[in-house]
Write a protein that binds this ligand. Sequence first.
Ligand code: SF4
Ligand code: SF4
Length: 471
Amino acid sequence: MKNKSIFELDPERLATTDEHGHRIYLYPEDVKGTWKTRRFLLYRLLILVYLVLPWFYINGKPALMINIFKREFTFFGSTLYGVEPVLFFFLLASGIFFVAFITSLFGRVWCGWACPQTVFIQSLFLKIEAFIEGKARQRRELDLAPWSLQKFFKRALKWGIFTLISLHIAHTFMGYFVGPRELFFITLHSPAENMGLFIATMIGTTIILLDFGWFREQFCIIACPYGRMQSVAMDENSLVVSYDAKRGEPRRGESGIQKTSEGDCINCYNCVKVCPTGIDIRRGTQLECIACTQCIDACDDIMTKLKKPKGLIRYSSENEINGIRRRVITKRSLIYVTLALVFISSFFYFLNASTNLNLVFLRDKVPFNVTEFDSKKIIVNHFTLKLTHQGSQDFKLDFLIKDLDVKDKISIVTPAHPAKIDTPEKKIVIFFKFDPSILNLGTRKVVVEAFDRISQQIVASKEVVLVGPVH
Ligand code: SF4
Ligand code: SF4
């Protein structure tokens, strides 16, 4: 009876699960080849983009920053202020359909070529692991070996370096949300001063460390929502990493001697040994395949040694492999690209159509003072008013109190009448002078409206709490 290769997979279960449902840890072997060279060139470029982009300033602003709390979106020097949820929805929906369009053409190409998890694991974490613990076989043996000083040292060194890299990635990731300069100054102070951000960064570091250092392909197989979506987006015309069964089968037996036919596959399992998700691509397109092309390089290497044409495993569509001409643009891909264009057009339409003037009243350090005018007591509240908008138009604003019962008892003072707003973001000083009788237990909520003299309409309103002494 033939010995079964450890790389021969059970057809009934996942490649990374044993008969008890426990995880089989993978030790993918390294590979050399044209596809790897191309991928690693892109990975290096992407690492630069992912890690350097948020530290890059254009027009005094970060190259990319998404401030969810302030609803501000900065992209290559331009900022959208007060972005409405509906605009976020249009942007998100167009992104999803664009990704679906790319998937329908090129399969799960994002996963193998650009996903940050793949990029960092392949070009940093696996490299460090191989440098410290050796090749795939040595790593497997180290895992199985009992604890020793050497094993402890290697593990401590590896996880120490992984932790430093994870800390750096998590901080950079935070830079996308709070801005790199702010983040840099925050890191110079005690964590207690920014506890929320500190906790978020530490949680991010832990997730990155465990995911990139240990969980790895399990995330792609079990948790990634895009992995689930790809089967819907793809069809028999999508370009995927495929095994040419017509050419390869019947394959040779495990002894390496070709017995019955002229199939090109020599059953060396090299395509399985290098696969980061542990699958055997000879079983056809599978959900676990991240299109990393490692198996193409591994098999091309064997074919070259056998003096046979490369491409037993190659980028191809199911139709092409079966001898049917591939249709590049299909109904499915047309629907996806149309929906992506509709949503992105809606985004820009609503962006330009809406004034989205946003008012933020920032109370000054001294909330109020009491003066006398015509021997009557007057309370004055001081604010800085931050006005932001994302349209291209200017405003000439008058500020009015909406509440009819107190309208005549409050006067609003700004340095200029009307206040001219000709930039996407502007701050002006604003005072509220009022009679103490409007206060109830020292406070009074009023609604302030901004009337635009250019468009002759109310373009924004905001509730403000006025304060004074409690009597
Ligand atoms: S690497 Fe090529 S020859 Fe070897 S098992 Fe895979 S498909 Fe067959
Ligand atoms: S089957 Fe090939 S392309 Fe797919 S994940 Fe494995 S090595 Fe990468």
